[in-house]
Design a protein around this ligand. Sequence first.
Ligand SMILES: CC(C)(COP(=O)(O)OP(=O)(O)OC[C@H]1O[C@@H](n2cnc3c(N)ncnc32)[C@H](O)[C@@H]1OP(=O)(O)O)[C@@H](O)C(=O)NCCC(=O)NCCS
Length: 174
Amino acid sequence: MTTCLAGRRAGRLQVRLRDATPDDAETIGRIQTDAIRRLGPSAYSAPECESWAAGLHPQRYRDKMAAGDRFRLAVDMDGWPLGVVWRTGAEVIGLYVDPDWSRRGIGAMLLADVEAAIRAEGHDRIGIGAALSGLHFYARHGYRHIGTYPWTTRGGRVLQACRLEKPLIAGATT
Ligand SMILES: CC(C)(COP(=O)(O)OP(=O)(O)OC[C@H]1O[C@@H](n2cnc3c(N)ncnc32)[C@H](O)[C@@H]1OP(=O)(O)O)[C@@H](O)C(=O)NCCC(=O)NCCS
């Protein structure tokens, strides 16, 4: 799938999605780390973001892929990675967009893609344990805030996170 996103700050951006492979592990780590450090502060303090960003070694993503997690990357027409989403079954585990490319619709494109994949597997519901920095984004996309819970990050600090769910309607495209 290739989509032309009309960016507010950068003219037109051609984005396509592809499966990620173990060779993308370093790239995924860079995107996740940058997104946490630069977009996480909308909801958390700098020390909290550092604790969230701790321990993101490339092997971690390779291990998740080997365990069956499905990763999808958003890339531009030169193949440059812009964002990533991954899931375990019907549960979204991570969704991160390169902060240089945020608010251009890349997160929405990745979310629509993962919703379609989960729906195609026959699930009728998608769930996410999300950082509070993603709450407005998910609310915009029809997710219901089920509750807030303490989340022990890799660096040891306990942050507040939110449980979100959305029913998936069979046959729908978004
Ligand atoms: C959340 C995230 C993935 C959104 O990606 P994105 O590509 O910037 O999102 P989109 O451009 O598709 O945004 C779609 C809509 O969601 C809402 N939205 C997105 N980011 C928002 C923010 N920071 N504050 C308020 N609303 C936001 C807006 O309504 C936006 O539409 P608009 O730009 O026309 O107003 C990205 O900000 C990110 O990586 N954040 C850090 C990590 C994180 O919190 N991940 C989610 C929990 S794991």
